[in-house]
Design a binder for this molecule. Structure first.
Ligand code: F6P
Length: 324
């Protein structure tokens, strides 16, 4: 199938670097002689036919901006066959031959179904702060989110140290502990609780007991997780009931999703965006582009969200070793 026109959209939770990806896809597409259509508001805009033609100038000065100029959303209707049929009709009505979707696992699940049901070539560009997609070492936005969390936790350490307090700090990451693990290691956290490992309250208690005489502050990093009973507040309360230790809680929340992308995220987004265009033109479909050990690669879209990306076991061990 000859591709002469592509559509690009962002979907799901925004991530720093989405704009850098849009810029790369638009400019690489134009350089390859394609017409590039931007689709507003993720899959909602796709179903509603909210398309606009983009030129090189329309993506000027966005490489450094957080959020997404195309807006994003989580569209429930797109999860239904009827919603995807509406989307396929809008794609045909706008003479778009193929799609590049920028987002995370929910985005890719929808893209895979659209592609299979309506024979539309689709490429996924991994962009989520969670870093939870199989087939790429890093997702766009993850590095910025980690650095934002570290920047803020360093400030919390100052006040924790001054008042000799224990802080439980909850970071994002939905069902995975990638952010928590990196952030915990980089801030010298005393303990890191992640969904991939059982939270060892006995270890936390022993740690506090050992450190009572010497330590001035404690930082416990907790990945938000989805399992009831594992929030920062719940863990802090359980520990307090056992040893009476007072605490403070900070939930970093959506600040981790905003801000100017780091150099690493801008470069990753620029590489993956242009690569996605070239892969489409080379005939690829239903794949996610990614970077593994510094090299660009593709992974079947379905694998990106069905296979579990393992947490770095060596970092788990190292964090325990260094939390003396
Ligand atoms: O998937 C990205 C993410 O930021 C998760 O880490 C978090 O659980 C979720 O999105 C929050 O979603 P919302 O912005 O809809 O509250």
């Amino acid at each position: 199938m000859k591709i002469s026109s592509i559509g690009v959209l962002t979907s799901g939770g925004d991530a720093p670097g989405m704009n850098s990806s849009i810029r790369s896809i638009v400019r690489a597409g134009l350089q390859r002689g394609l017409r590039v259509m931007g689709i507003y508001h993720g899959y909602s805009g796709l179903m509603a036919g909210d398309f606009v033609e983009l030129d090189a100038q329309s993506v000027s000065n966005i490489i450094q901006r957080g959020g997404t100029i195309l807006k994003t959303d989580r569209a429930k209707e797109f999860r239904t066959p009827a919603g995807r049929k509406r989307a396929a009709e809008a794609i045909a009505a706008n003479d778009v031959d193929a799609l590049v979707v920028i987002g995370g696992n929910g985005t890719f699940q929808g893209a895979e179904l659209l592609s299979q049901e309506h024979n539309i070539p689709v490429i996924g560009v991994p962009s989520t702060i969670d870093n939870d997609l199989y087939g790429t070492d890093w997702t766009i936005g993850y590095d910025t989110a980690v650095n934002t969390a570290i920047y803020n936790i360093d400030k919390i350490r100052d006040t924790a140290e001054a008042l000799e307090r224990t802080f439980y700090i909850e970071v994002m990451g939905r069902a995975t502990g990638f952010i928590a693990l990196d952030v915990g290691l980089a801030t010298g956290a005393e303990y890191i609780a992640i969904p991939e490992r059982e939270t060892r309250l006995d270890v936390v208690l022993k740690l506090f007991e050992r450190q009572r005489a010497t330590k001035r502050s404690n930082i416990i990093i907790v990945a938000e997780g989805e399992t009831p009973g594992t929030s920062a507040l719940e863990i802090a309360e359980k520990v307090k009931q056992m040893n009476g230790m007072d605490y403070r809680i900070t939930i970093l929340g959506h600040i981790q999703r905003g801000g100017s992308p780091t150099a690493r995220d801008r470069i990753l987004a620029s590489r993956l965006g242009a690569f996605a265009v070239d892969e489409l033109l080379a005939g690829s479909s239903s794949v996610m582009v990614g970077e593994q050990r510094g090299s660009l690669c593709t992974t079947p879209l379905k694998e990106s969200f069905t296979r579990m990306k393992p947490i770095h076991e060596d970092l788990v061990q190292l964090s325990g070793l260094l939390s003396a």
